[in-house]
Design a protein around this ligand. Structure first.
Ligand code: PLP
Length: 447
């Protein structure tokens, strides 16, 4: 049977898939092959995947070391569930503990996705603390199940329906558009200190936990000041809650220097939730927590049919080994730092760039129609993505208005790839600015 064309796939998607299945592009691409940082469409066109298939490809598309481990396992045993013993799950859990720093984070449970991991983290926090209420952050994204959607702090990702009881959202440290209209550092990081009052006035005064992404991904790469999470962690502890770090996007070295993003902020989480990059394209999610918190599950049944599946565990183990073997955390730091500096350098000549932020290979470029008014530029962002795609570069977007370009390539990228990304962005920004008549203010043009 001949493979369907782009037009045929378009028709079939409309006919057979839920209408909420979205695409970014006016002229969609049919991606049929991947190799490390590149993907190829059905016409053989090559693209640099600087969005890592929505931050899932951590070590490279079809990384040969990962593929060979998966192939070997698929040929031996695909599935039996955790009702039966298998070596892969325990070997993986041990390796995860070591990669997580070998400290108190020791006990794991595996799922298929990030939202299931966040659901489980909430159950663990409630069981451990005997409390029900949570603090989450505005601009956050935690997944599409009911609890995960309730924890998510963006209207675009919430459907109007009865949410889970007991979740209150605190302000995120979005310094570029400070929710409190203050300026760092004279603000005293009031967005963090305010969490004390939020717990005091919006909850019973005792909470089950706090959940946050160390850098909000879908929220638009919100990169907080260094004091923000440590202040909140102290407040959460004081009110009896556990600290849950959602590392679905920031984890496994992507932010450079550390295996988990939260380590940049010097906070020791009680529970870490994971997905996306730990599977490098295989549906794998999970949590890692302390023995004390894990003990709250003793005597209770918690089961996930495919969680801990031998194939996903083989893939996960191979991914961790590749991260270690090829020094990918260091690479994310050095290439990411270089890429950010190059993005900052082109921001001088593109008035549409309002802000460049992020760490390692988790970078965001916020686009605005006017730097002074900071009016958001969502249409311009979409057009930029299309122009980049036509030039062989795939990028993502995020933020409440969809005006933040997200650049999160696989951790195998090189400086030369960073130059390619910036080159294509630079050219496409120029074309887009012309189309939308975005010009530098007269004063800055003279300089
Ligand atoms: C930070 C974060 N947490 C949780 C999730 C949910 O993961 P999944 O889609 O695997 O359920 C996502 C998905 O994008 C995410 O970005």
């Amino acid at each position: 049977m001949a493979a369907p064309t782009v037009d045929q796939i378009k028709k079939m998607r409309e006919e057979y898939l839920l209408p909420s299945t979205m695409t970014y592009f006016e002229r969609p691409v049919n991606i049929v092959r991947g190799q490390m940082q590149y993907v190829y469409d059905d016409q053989g066109r090559k693209y640099m995947d600087a969005f890592s298939a929505v931050v899932t490809i951590s070590v490279g598309h079809c990384h040969p070391d990962v593929v060979s481990k998966i192939q070997r396992q698929v040929g031996q045993l695909q599935h039996m569930t955790t009702l039966y013993y298998h070596p892969n799950i325990v070997q993986y859990a041990k390796k995860m503990h070591e990669m997580a720093g070998g400290g108190d984070l020791k006990v794991s449970f595996f799922t298929n996705s990030g939202c299931e991991a966040n659901e489980l983290a909430a159950i663990l926090a409630k069981n451990h603390t005997k409390q029900q209420e949570f603090i989450a952050l505005r601009h956050s994204f935690h997944g599409r199940t009911l609890m995960a959607m309730t924890l998510t702090g963006q209207s675009s990702w919430r459907h109007s329906m009865p949410y889970v009881f007991g979740v209150t959202h605190a302000p995120n440290a979005y310094c570029y558009r400070c929710p409190l209209k203050l300026k760092y550092p004279s603000c005293g990081v009031a967005c963090a200190t305010q969490v004390e009052d939020i717990i005091k006035y919006n909850t019973s005064g005792r909470i089950a936990g706090f959940i946050a992404e160390p850098i909000a991904g879908f929220g638009g790469v919100i990169h907080p000041p260094k004091e923000y999470f440590p202040i909140i962690a102290d407040i959460v502890k004081k009110h009896g809650g556990v600290y849950i770090s959602d590392e679905v996007q920031t984890g496994f070295g992507r932010t450079g220097k550390h295996f988990f993003g939260i380590s940049h902020w010097g906070v020791k989480p009680d529970i870490v939730t994971m997905a996306k990059g730990i599977g490098n394209g295989v549906p794998l999610g999970g949590i890692i927590t302390t023995r004390a918190i894990a003990e709250s599950m003793r005597g209770k049944v918690h089961f996930n049919t495919y969680g801990g599946n031998p194939v996903s565990m083989a893939a996960g183990l191979a991914v961790l080994e590749v991260i270690e073997r090829y020094n990918m955390v260091r690479n994310a730091d050095s290439v990411g730092t270089y890429l950010k500096s190059r993005l900052l350098s082109i921001s001088n000549r593109h008035p549409v760039i309002g802000d460049v932020r992020g760490l390692g290979l988790m970078l965001g470029v916020e686009l605005v129609k006017n730097r002074k008014t900071k009016e958001v530029a969502p249409k311009e962002t979409l057009r930029l993505m299309e122009l980049c795609k036509d030039r062989g570069l795939l990028i993502g977007k995020g933020g409440m208005a969809g005006n933040v370009v997200r650049i999160k390539p696989p951790m195998c990228v090189t400086r030369r790839d960073a130059d390619f990304i910036v080159g294509v962005l630079d050219e496409s920004l120029g074309v887009m600015e012309k189309e939308f008549r975005i010009r530098r203010p007269a004063a800055s043009r003279k300089r």
